[in-house]
Ligand binder design. Structure first.
Ligand SMILES: CC(C)(COP(=O)(O)OP(=O)(O)OC[C@H]1O[C@@H](n2cnc3c(N)ncnc32)[C@H](O)[C@@H]1OP(=O)(O)O)[C@@H](O)C(=O)NCCC(=O)NCCS
Length: 329
């Protein structure tokens, strides 16, 4: 680990030598390798490169929005990357990674620059991230950019007792095929906006559908859509083999929200069963106390504890009466 290196007798700080620019398609495999190596090294995995198995973030996020994918280049080599995602009036970034032999040289801080510019350009009201609560370095790094801790964010999982059964569920892809995709997208925007003004998962739903990464499940009543969940399924998605990963889910707040949330979880678990996936994974900020308790009561157990940090230092949709699932990893 070194923050400075000798070059032709001069000592140049890495943070000045590094070039920050858009990540190109042909560089994705190297960016992906570094992402796995960096996390595996931090987590002290026996074989760091294997840390995430067959789950994917780098290729899928680049494909989703190449203009929001950045890399750090040093002496002609990719040495780190960072990705921004926009959910309407809310944005987040990650995975942010730097090649381990170059840590503590200011490269991650440089990789934050285009991300902060994008958030400004997009006009998001809140921007966030998921990080490791036990790491003073991680928390300190993000605080430099105005992100502040908002409470513990466990990632919980439930092993399904009988994967393989296939109860009926409504999905976005079925609606699209039936010609009502646009109407469903508008309804999803309405539901999301009830928990946070301007929250818009349209892009996330479309990317999932177009890339074949999973399904968005829908729950409705005679009055219309009451909730939806964007679920990654299995290998090559953000879930990885054997898992159904709820990247975002929300139901209408207010009276009956608890029941609606249970129905949404029923739908996510039914989707997992349909795809023969043994596990449902869901991230939950503990400030959403009622929803957190509902997951625990249903048998979900924390796999890891993360920390959500937000800019500015306000709760956004992390409030006790909000029934939402999200994962900013
Ligand atoms: C996290 C990671 C991206 C950081 O990359 P990096 O290039 O080493 O980070 P930088 O050197 O730009 O910045 C680290 C900052 O943390 C600060 N820092 C370190 N320890 C600190 C502490 N105890 N308290 C406060 N700040 C601290 C440093 O001072 C530095 O800021 P400075 O440059 O203003 O001095 C890199 O370590 C990595 O890839 N880790 C594995 C993957 C990972 O955890 N990614 C992030 C997931 S949220």
């Amino acid at each position: 680990m070194t923050g400075t290196e000798g070059t032709g007798g001069e000592i140049w700080a890495l943070r000045e030598r590094v070039v920050i620019r858009g990540l190109k398609h042909r560089e994705l495999d190297e960016a992906d390798r570094i992402m796995r190596l960096a996390f595996g090294t931090y987590l002290k995995a026996p074989n760091p490169i294997e840390v995430f198995g067959d789950a994917d973030w780098v290729h899928t996020r680049h494909k989703a929005d190449p203009s929001a994918a950045f890399c750090a280049e040093l002496d002609g080599e990719v040495v780190g990357s960072n990705f921004a995602t926009r959910w309407g009036s809310f944005g987040f970034f990650g995975p942010l990674t730097v090649r381990p032999d170059l840590w503590d040289g200011g490269i991650a801080s440089r990789l934050m620059e285009p991300i902060m510019q994008l958030f400004e350009q997009w006009g998001v009201r809140h921007a966030g991230l998921f990080t490791f609560p036990e790491s003073p370095k991680h928390v300190g790094l993000y605080q430099k950019f105005g992100f502040w801790p908002q409470g513990l964010n466990p990632v919980l999982a439930r092993e399904l007792v009988a994967p393989g059964t296939r109860p009926a569920i409504e999905t976005f892809s079925t609606a699209r095929v039936a010609g009502s995709g646009d109407r469903v997208l508008a309804q999803c925007r309405q539901v999301a906006s009830t928990i946070y003004d301007g929250l818009d998962l349209t892009r996330e739903i479309l990317v999932l559908d177009e890339q074949g990464l999973g399904e968005t499940v829908l729950i409705a009543s005679a009055d219309g859509l009451e909730g939806f969940a964007v679920c990654h399924c299995g290998a090559g998605s953000e879930a990885g083999s054997g898992a159904c990963f709820v990247k975002f889910g929300a139901v209408l707040p207010g009276q009956g929200a608890e029941r609606r949330f249970e129905r949404l979880l029923d739908a996510c678990e039914a989707l997992a069963a349909r795809h023969s996936l043994a596990r449902v994974v869901a991230g939950m900020n503990t400030e959403r106390h009622a929803a957190y308790q509902a997951l625990l009561a249903r048998g979900y157990r924390a796999m890891l504890n993360g920390l959500t940090m937000l800019r500015p230092n306000e709760p956004a949709y992390n409030r006790p009466d909000i029934y939402a699932i999200d994962d900013l990893r």
